[in-house]
Design a protein around this ligand. Structure first.
Ligand code: ADP
Ligand code: ZN
Length: 623
């Protein structure tokens, strides 16, 4: 959704190559075919006899000899109708002819005679005409492409009309049929901050009377799929005003200057339809920080951004045009965009919490038939970290599964299955997997679960399976936190790392160290990340105390972090990371050793059943 479109600069060079090739071809063609015959026509070829005759008749005015072709070129005729002639001679006649020419004193003997009719005409023919010609072709080509591009822009159909050059889609939503705040579940804080905008759009005059200025621009900030577009539509729906929507990437076009023109056009449209909402999705595509100095700046994008800034400053804040924009990378935006009078209000749209997820699930469940005894709480708990879009997808997958299984309504199992489909990848029941591999996976998964269960602070296990997923995982242990978990203590983190090493520990214990498998790669990655974060970000070690050793660059997209410390410190951090993981691994191994009989019992049961629930697991454990 948020791909940046710098790569669109590539194709913009194409037309120039295209024009140049056309121009070259035209000039070559003209030179080869048209001009020579035109120029030749202005020179009349005559026989040698005739030449001599014309000399005798005193018609010849000027003569020159072209040694290259061995021909005489001469001008003859009376005052008003002088023409250029050309003739060949016998080589042995040369001497005699020269003598004859000398005798006629009124014949000028010059070095060259211009064979063109007029230098001006030839200039026009060889230069001006081709240039005009290829400009014409270029212009036609440009218009044609632009038209084709406009046709291709999405939203040219149904209730969304493509609008002129801007390509913005306009939805005229009304409160009864369109999206309202009721369709947006969970985002209570975001909705609260947008209520004012709705009120303003309802009655801009009320605000104008007092002289209150509402923000021209509101920036919706949050990860993909959290309902930013939905919220913007809901604001328009609640206020009963037209809704223009365009994506930032659509501004950055093939042709230089198009982006700025689109912005201009969009604001013109919006002004005509005011009060209205203009929604710019993925504003980071055009709103990235501009290059200060340096080479390789994206002029096109900067021009578009400058135009956007100019338009925002230009439009009358009291007319009722409100700009909403969405981004998941607010820190990459140009500061000029965030200045007062522009996008000076920021509304966070976060991933939903437990209650939010439950609300979103129920909103979307209204569109499908569900059994009356669905436990939404269980589903919401199992989907921690899922976005609104993913939750909507889960409901849809469940409905599809119900249809496949020939049911009249969606049941709990459908939902639970689709949680796994959407979150962990679909089940791959008939995949070929050897019994030995199955056994290893079973011990591995029980290893995780057993270590988790034996540590008081670890979340209880809800489901263990050795049915492979299409995502490539051969099995997995699903842990569900009891409540929403925002803070994790040091102990919990350490326990979690131990749990992650539990899978490999079980493999080592049962099959021997030489038979450890690659199945733990994901566990290793997660454990390392956690251990590193404990040191560099959470300040949980004595050595480094509360010193930030890493800076998180992007809190919305996975949180890429980069080290901010000396190389010496970095190697010390690495040592600490190894120590933490090692200690956790040791702990896990010890837990499993002490409970080896239970490990065997549980793994055997899992091998038979393939999937066991948390309750089954706990019952067996405490038998
Ligand atoms: P974004 O613009 O943040 O990437 P969208 O608004 O396009 O996300 O959300 C995609 C879809 O996900 C919506 O059309 C809606 O079906 C669903 N969705 C996301 N968040 C919510 C929410 N809070 N309530 C209801 N549905 C939601
Ligand atoms: Zn594992």
């Amino acid at each position: 959704m948020h791909e940046v479109v710098n790569n669109k600069r590539g194709p913009s060079k194409k037309p120039f190559v295209f024009y140049a090739i056309i121009a070259m071809l035209v000039i070559m063609l003209l030179n080869a075919l048209v001009f020579p015959s035109m120029l030749k026509r202005s020179v009349i070829e005559v026989g040698y006899d005739q030449f001599l005759e014309m000399i005798d008749n005193d018609q010849v005015k000027q003569v020159s000899y072209d040694s290259y072709s061995g021909q005489f070129v001469f001008i003859a005729g009376d005052e008003n109708s002088e023409m250029i002639y050309k003739t060949g001679i016998w080589p042995e006649d040369g001497q005699r002819l020269l003598q004859q020419l000398m005798e006629h004193e009124d014949i000028q003997f010059s070095a060259t005679i211009p064979t063109q009719t007029s230098p001006l005409l030839s200039f026009i023919l060889t230069w001006i005409l081709p240039i005009l010609f290829f400009f014409l072709i270029g212009e036609i080509g440009y218009r044609w492409m632009r038209k084709r591009m406009n046709d291709q822009l999405p939203g040219g159909m149904s209730n969304a009309m493509s609008f002129g050059k801007s390509g913005a889609k306009i939805y005229v939503a009304d409160a009864k049929t369109g999206v309202t705040f009721d369709n947006v579940a969970g985002q209570d804080e975001a909705k609260e901050s947008l209520v004012e905008v709705v009120d303003y759009l309802h009655d801009p005059k009320k605000y104008a009377a007092i002289g209150a200025k509402l923000p021209k621009g509101v920036l919706l900030v949050g990860p993909p799929g959290t309902g930013k577009t939905l919220l913007a539509k809901a604001v328009a729906g609640e206020a009963d005003v037209p809704f223009f929507s365009i994506s930032g990437s659509e501004f950055v076009e093939m042709f230089v200057g198009m982006g700025a023109a689109k912005v201009r056009d969009l604001f013109k449209q919006a002004n005509e339809k005011a009060p209205c909402i203009v929604f710019i999705d993925e504003i980071d595509a055009i709103g990235q920080k501009r290059n200060t100095g340096g080479i390789g700046g994206n002029d096109e994008r900067e021009q578009t951004l400058n135009q956007l800034l100019a338009e925002m400053d230009g439009f009358d804040g009291q007319k009722g045009v409100v700009l909403l924009a969405a981004t998941n990378r607010p820190e990459s935006l140009d500061p000029a965009l965030l200045r007062p009078g522009r996008f000076d209000r920021r509304v966070p749209v976060e991933l939903p919490d437990l209650q939010g997820r439950k609300a979103i699930l129920t909103v979307h469940a209204k569109d499908i038939k569900v059994a009356p005894d669905i436990n939404w709480d269980v589903i919401a708990r199992a989907t921690a970290g899922a976005s609104g879009a993913e939750l909507a997808n889960i409901i849809n997958e469940a409905a599809l599964r119900a249809v496949r299984e020939g049911r009249k309504a969606v049941v709990q199992a459908d939902l639970e299955e689709s949680v796994e489909t959407v979150i962990a990848g679909a089940q791959r029941k008939n995949a070929v997997i050897s019994d030995q591999e199955k056994k290893i996976v079973a011990y591995h998964e029980i290893g995780h679960a057993l270590v988790a269960a034996k540590q008081s602070h670890s979340a209880p296990v809800t489901k263990i399976t050795i049915v492979p997923r299409t995502s490539g995982a051969l099995g997995y242990t699903m842990q569900v936190d009891e409540g929403e978990h925002m803070l994790m203590s040091r102990t919990e983190l350490l326990n979690k790392i131990a749990t992650l090493t539990g899978g490999r520990s079980a493999e080592e214990l049962i099959f021997g160290e030489d038979n450890m498998t690659t199945g733990a790669s994901n566990d290793i990655e997660q454990a390392t990340k956690l251990a590193r974060a404990m040191i560099t970000r959470y300040g949980m070690t004595k050595e480094f105390d509360m010193v930030a050793l890493e800076t998180v660059q992007n809190q919305y997209l996975g949180g890429d972090a980069s080290l901010a410390c000396a190389a010496d410190t970095a190697s010390k951090i690495d040592e600490r990371v190894v120590a933490i993981v090692k200690a956790a691994h040791e702990k896990a191994r010890k837990i499993l050793q002490e409970n080896e009989s239970q490990l065997h019992k549980l793994a055997t049961h899992l091998l038979e059943q393939e999937t066991i629930t948390g309750e089954e697991f706990m019952a067996l454990l405490h038998e």
